[in-house]
Ligand binder design. Structure first.
Ligand code: ADP
Ligand code: MG
Length: 253
């Protein structure tokens, strides 16, 4: 079986600046693969290309062996490749449950509030969507805030909701870009536990950019180190931290 994600010789230029430089890597099915590296290494640019938010200048990206280079995000969503997004302003006035219920339509590239409020397709299967939302709420143990407006959640609770939104469809692989930033330890522990359970119990693959080494060490194997737009090393966090060149380029700096 092909890896769930394969990046082949991908380069991305911004004007004369090369942010991602002939980068190749694989994310194996069923893994929680970490992506670390100093600021400016090109991690987010790489994610944006994998998620379809940005086109490579050259190179190829495969999902499950299928060429998805330049395929837009809503099409990738349909193929089970998702990334988490901060709860947009317009959704802060919806409850947690409503935020989950609108995902299937919204991510499919439709104007969500119009569809949802006016009725139409969502209404027809509203019961199924509501049941799914309740199942997600149970799984994440966020029942106590299910009817709270998303705008009133703490930073960590918002991250849990963002993770929950990926569960409203059949995700194969989920990209997480720095979810630990600004999240307190207790909620971070919840978040990590849920990522582990989704991986173990639901077969999710995760591709995770993270600065928090505790979280990387707990969740990720393998870990890929990027520097100056290229992959510098891949291994367990222990192997990486034992590599002098990497430590100098990254941890030491
Ligand atoms: P990381 O996520 O590893 O911190 P980024 O992928 O965000 O790194 O950025 C890599 C480099 O590309 C940085 O030097 C950044 O300034 C540059 N860059 C990223 N996006 C753009 C853009 N839209 N236009 C110009 N330069 C960009
Ligand atoms: Mg970044």
């Amino acid at each position: 079986m092909p890896p769930i994600i394969e990046v082949r010789h991908v380069t991305r230029r911004f004007g004369g600046f090369v942010a991602v430089n002939d980068c190749s890597l694989k994310v194996e099915r069923g893994s929680i693969t970490g992506l670390i590296g100093p600021n400016g290494a090109g991690k987010s640019t790489l994610f944006n290309m994998v998620a379809g938010n940005l086109s490579p200048s050259s190179g190829q990206i495969l999902l499950d062996g299928e060429d998805i280079t330049g395929v837009p995000p809503h099409k990738l969503f349909g193929k089970g490749l998702l990334r988490t997004f901060q709860i947009a302003h317009e959704f802060s006035r919806l409850t947690v449950r409503e935020n989950l219920m609108v995902v299937p339509e919204h991510q499919a590239g439709e104007s969500l509030l119009a569809t949802w409020v006016a009725g139409g397709r969502v209404r027809e299967n509203e019961r199924a969507v509501r049941e799914k939302a309740d199942e997600v709420i149970d799984f994440l143990k966020i029942g106590h805030v299910a009817d709270e407006l998303a705008g009133n959640l703490s930073g960590g609770q918002k991250k849990l909701l963002e993770l929950g939104r990926t569960m409203m469809t059949d995700a194969k692989v989920v990209l997480l870009d720095e979810i630990a930033a600004g999240v307190n330890r207790t909620l971070l522990n919840d978040l990590a536990g849920n990522i582990e359970r989704l991986n173990r119990e639901r077969g999710y693959t995760f591709f995770v950019i993270e600065h928090d080494m505790d979280l990387i060490g707990r969740l990720c194997d393998p870990v890929i180190v990027m520097a100056a737009g290229q992959v510098m090393m891949q291994g367990t966090l222990d192997e990486i931290q034992a590599n002098e060149a990497v430590v100098e380029a990254y941890f030491g700096g």
